[in-house]
Ligand binder design. Structure first.
Ligand code: NAI
Length: 390
C-alpha cells in the first residue's frame, strides 16, 4: 500500500507547460504529482496568455519570476540557475507536444507529456533516440492505468485465471459533442482541427486510453491486423471523426472490438473493459473503479473490491486508500506520477537494473499509441478495410 512516504532520494524540481487556469487537465497533473513528495512545482509557462499564466502560477504557489511567458523562456532562464527545473510536464494541445518535448530533451530535462504523444511514429522514434542519447526519461500521462484494479486484472491474466484470452471488448464514450460546434470553446476547436489535433479526434483523445490499458492488462497479446471505421456525425469535424469502431485480430487468435464516441448522447458511462478467456471473464469500468467483476463459467459471479487482502500483490501495492474508502482518479494519476518519478530518480543514479524491471508509461507506451492511431487512420481511409498492423 502507498502511504505517502518518499520513495526517491529527494523531490524532483518540476515545471509545467500549459495546464493553466482554463486548461482541462492541468489540475489532474498537479494532484497526481504532488501527493507523495516526489515533485516540487517550482516554475511554469502555464498559459498561452502570459499575464493570465503568471497570475495563475502565483496563485498556486509559484514565485512570480519563475512564471514564464512561454516554454522557450522557461528553458533558457531555468538552465542558468543552480536550482533549475529538472522535469517538465506538457499539458498543452496535441500539436505542440513534439516541439516542446524536443526542446526540453535538448536542454537536458526529463519530460512527462500528454497523450496522444505526437502525430507520427517517426516523430516518436526520433524523440526516443534523443531521450536515450541524453539519458532522459519521457513519461506519458495515461492517467487511468494507476487504478489498483487495473493491476489486479493484469495479475489475474498473467496467472492464467481467465484461461486463453479470446475476446477483448472496450468502450470509451460520452455525448458532450453531440451538438454542432457553433460557439464551441477552445478545447473543442483545437480537438476538431487536424492542424492542432493531429490525424484523429476521438481515437487519439480517448481511444488511446483504452488501447494502453489493454496493453497493461494483456502485454503478451499483439495486434496482427485491424479494421477501423470512423465517421464525423457533425460534418464540420471531417476529416476527423467524432465516432469510431475498431475491430482487431490478435496473434493468439483473440478478437477485439473497441468503440469510441463523443456523440453518444446522454451517456456518462465513460470507460468499460471486458476481457474474456476460455475459463472466465473480468470486467471493469472507471464509473465504478473500486469494483471488478470476475465471472467464472459455471460458478456464481463475484465482485472483487479494491484494497481487500484476497487481491494480488500487484494490486495491493498500488492501493492508496484501503478497502472501504473510495479509490479515485486522483489516486490513479498519483501512481502514474510516482512511477515516473522513480524512473527519473533511477536514471539520475544510473540504476539501469531498476529501470529494466520498473513499469511506467514511457516513450514506448506513447509510441505504441501513435502506431495504433496510424493503423486506424490507414484502415479508415481505405474505406474501413482490414490492414496488417505495422
Ligand atoms: P485545454 O485547451 O483545456 O487547455 C490547454 C492549456 O494549455 C491552456 O491552459 C492553454 O492556455 C495552454 N497552452 C496552449 N498552448 C500553450 C503553449 N504553447 N504554451 C503554454 N501553454 C499553452 O486542453 P486540455 O483538455 O487540458 O488538453 C491538453 C492536453 O492534455 C491534450 O494533449 C489532451 O489530449 C490531453 N488530455 C489528457 C487527459 C488525460 O486523461 N490524460 C485528459 C484531458 C486532456
Amino acid at each position: 500500500m502507498i502511504n505517502g512516504e518518499r520513495s526517491i532520494e529527494r523531490p524532483l524540481r518540476w515545471g509545467m507547460v500549459g495546464g493553466g487556469r482554463t486548461g482541462q487537465v492541468g489540475y489532474k497533473h498537479r494532484t497526481g504529482a504532488q501527493r507523495d513528495g516526489t515533485y516540487r512545482l517550482i516554475c511554469g509557462a502555464f498559459d498561452l496568455d502570459a499575464e493570465r499564466g503568471r497570475d495563475f502560477g502565483t496563485k498556486i504557489g509559484v514565485v512570480a519570476d519563475r512564471c514564464y511567458g512561454d516554454y522557450k523562456e522557461l528553458i533558457a532562464v531555468e538552465a542558468g540557475r543552480e536550482d533549475g527545473v529538472e522535469v517538465v510536464s506538457i499539458a498543452t494541445p496535441n500539436f505542440t507536444h513534439y516541439e516542446i518535448t524536443k526542446a526540453c530533451l535538448e536542454a537536458g530535462l526529463h519530460v512527462i507529456c500528454e497523450k496522444p504523444l505526437f502525430f507520427t511514429v517517426t516523430e516518436c522514434d526520433e524523440i526516443a533516440k534523443l531521450a536515450a542519447e541524453n539519458g532522459l526519461i519521457v513519461g506519458v500521462t495515461y492517467g487511468f492505468t494507476g487504478h489498483p484494479l487495473v493491476h489486479q486484472m493484469a495479475a489475474m491474466v498473467r496467472k492464467g485465471m481467465l484461461g486463453e484470452i479470446r475476446i477483448v471488448d472496450m468502450q470509451y464514450s460520452h455525448g458532450f459533442n453531440s451538438g454542432d460546434d457553433g460557439g464551441a470553446g477552445e478545447a473543442v476547436k483545437w480537438r476538431t482541427n487536424p492542424k492542432t489535433a493531429g490525424p484523429t479526434f476521438v481515437l487519439g483523445d480517448i481511444g488511446t486510453h483504452l488501447y494502453y490499458l489493454s496493453e497493461v492488462v494483456l502485454p503478451h497479446l499483439k495486434i496482427e491486423k485491424l479494421l477501423c471505421d470512423r465517421k464525423a456525425f457533425i460534418p464540420t469535424r471531417a476529416p476527423l471523426e467524432d465516432h469510431a469502431t475498431v475491430l482487431m485480430h490478435y496473434d493468439n487468435g483473440a478478437r477485439g472490438r473497441l468503440w469510441v464516441s463523443s456523440v453518444n448522447a446522454g451517456n456518462m458511462g465513460s470507460q468499460r473493459y471486458r476481457f474474456v478467456g476460455s475459463k472466465a471473464s473480468i470486467e471493469w469500468s472507471d464509473a465504478h473503479p473500486d469494483q471488478l467483476t470476475y465471472e467464472v463459467q459455471g460458478e456464481p459471479n463475484r465482485i472483487l473490491h479494491h484494497g481487500m487482502p484476497y487481491l494480488e500483490e500487484e494490486s495491493l501495492a498500488t492501493d492508496r486508500m484501503g478497502a472501504l474508502h473510495t479509490e479515485g482518479l486522483g489516486d490513479s494519476w498519483a501512481n502514474i506520477y510516482l512511477w515516473i518519478a522513480q524512473a527519473i530518480d533511477a536514471k539520475r543514479r544510473g540504476d539501469e537494473a531498476f529501470l529494466r524491471s520498473h513499469h511506467y508509461p514511457g516513450i514506448e507506451a506513447g509510441t505504441e499509441g501513435v502506431r495504433w492511431l496510424e493503423n486506424c487512420v490507414r484502415s479508415a481511409d481505405a474505406g474501413a478495410a482490414w490492414v496488417a498492423f505495422e
